[in-house]
Write a protein that binds this ligand. Structure first.
Ligand code: HEM
Length: 421
């Protein structure tokens, strides 16, 4: 009997506490419809193994504006383009801050970066500096030559591999990091620009990939605050360890820049120099940055801006390998990107665009010869050998290729004439 009273008393007390906590935690504003949350875990069990699929299914029942309770965190889901636009455009300022999470705390210098800084004057300052130096159309135009240069180095490194095997993922990553390094720091981060790999590049890529992996783990402590301190999955411990590795790397970059500024060897005014100036002297509005904020911004750019871009290109190339027809169309487009083709009645001819280097034209020429064009007339004994310039041979090859494709019959004299403008 005493046991029964004890059990009953415990159940009643637990229910009372649960109701009381539920009442205290109840949001002050009405929330959109959603599946009924479970005690403690809320709607976490509704997410299943593939959360975006489960959420899409739930939206079919509850509509495009839906409320979920993940642990103790209220989440409002926008599940249609028009509702998303309400959040991202109409009410943008109200929803600009990202929710707190352990990655921001342990990796991103406790929210002192751009990605996780709450919306406000500090975020606006970091965002303005990033826009001027990196994100604006003007910045992109100004640094076109940097991207082209690094892509040129990548292509050179790939063509040196020849028929061997290339680690494309790594080369793409180095290309992206170095392009970003040149814009942000005024120097490459890895390698000397000859495309030769730097062992530190592997270490760096592994750190960036680890950030992505850790950021993607569902960390229970982010949703049930009472459990945060126990770090049940060991995620926070891994983040702290990774943060130390990143901090060493970034501190080294800032210190080196400080030294270059001090001894007058810095040649360019890059983004890091602007950040360092704002650390050492406030701007006209009294804004200043700390060393930690500088490292945090570098961390953002080198993580958000490297693996994203290089993996996208790697993915696109993997898709091209899987789809030979699309690959052939692309090769065809690249091949013709050097030419301006004109149609005059029943005839069709192509002229070489000005300003193109021989290396580019030679590649197009090789492509035409490998794609079935009869390149015999360009050989030393052939009718189109002379004038013996890449440009003239290009003219022959590209026109011959076009005529052959269009079933157009043309005399060799016409073909051999090196048109250009
Ligand atoms: C294929 C390449 C990329 C993809 C798919 C991508 C995707 C994204 C997405 C989805 C966001 C979140 C936007 C939001 O919450 O409103 C974002 C934010 C951001 N990205 Fe990228 N990104 C790419 C390349 C880059 C590059 C090259 C950089 C830097 C050089 C960069 C730096 C950032 C930063 C700093 C933010 C946070 C901006 C803020 O909170 O104000 N990203 N990116």
């Amino acid at each position: 009997m005493a046991t029964f009273v004890l059990v009953l008393g415990t159940v009643v007390a637990a229910l009372f506490l649960y109701k009381l906590l539920g009442h205290l935690n109840r949001p002050r504003h009405p929330l959109p419809p959603g599946p009924r949350p479970w005690p403690i875990v809320g709607n976490l069990p509704h997410l299943g193994a593939v959360p975006h699929h489960s959420i899409a299914d739930l939206a079919k029942t509850y509509g495009p504006l839906m409320h979920l309770r993940l642990g103790f965190v209220d989440v409002v889901v926008a599940a249609s383009a028009s509702v998303a636009s309400q959040f991202l455009k109409t009410h943008d300022a109200n929803f600009s801050s990202r929710p707190p999470n352990s990655g921001a705390k342990y990796i991103a210098y406790n929210y002192q970066d751009l990605v996780f800084a709450p919306y406000g004057p500090r975020w606006r300052l970091l965002r303005k500096i990033s826009s001027v130096h990196l994100f604006s159309g003007k910045a992109l135009d100004d640094f076109r030559h940097v991207r082209q240069g690094e892509v040129g180095i990548l292509v050179g490194a790939l063509s040196r591999v020849g028929a061997g095997t290339a680690n494309l993922a790594q080369l793409l990553n180095i290309c992206t990091i170095n392009a970003l390094g040149l814009v942000m720091l005024g120097k490459r981060v890895f390698g000397d620009g000859t495309g030769v790999q730097d062992p530190k590049a592997d270490e760096f890529k592994s750190m960036v990939v680890e950030v992505m992996v850790l950021a993607g783990i569902f960390n229970i402590g982010d949703f049930v605050p009472a459990l945060e301190r126990f770090d049940l999955q060991g995620v926070a411990a891994k983040m702290k360890k990774l943060h130390k590795r990143f901090d060493n790397f970034l501190a080294g970059i800032v210190e080196e820049h400080d030294r270059s500024i001090a001894n007058g060897t810095l040649k360019h005014d890059d983004m890091l120099s602007t950040l360092i100036r704002l650390r050492d002297n406030p701007d006209e509005e009294g804004n200043r940055l700390t060393n930690t904020e500088i490292k945090a911004l570098l961390l953002n750019m080198f993580t958000a801006g490297t693996d994203t871009s290089s993996s996208t290109v790697e993915w696109a190339i993997a898709e091209l390998i899987r789809h030979p027809k699309i690959r052939a169309r692309l090769q065809h487009l690249v091949f013709f990107s050097g030419s301006a083709c004109l149609s005059g009645g029943t005839t069709y001819w192509c002229v070489c665009k000005g300003g193109l280097g021989d290396a580019f034209l030679q590649k197009a020429l090789d492509y035409a010869c490998s794609a079935g064009t009869d390149c015999g007339p360009m050989k030393q004994t052939g009718a189109c050998y002379s004038p013996n310039t890449v440009r003239a041979h290009w003219s022959y090859a590209v026109n011959s290729y076009v005529y052959q494709r269009k079933g157009q019959a043309q005399g060799l004299f016409w073909l051999c004439f090196p048109f250009e403008y």
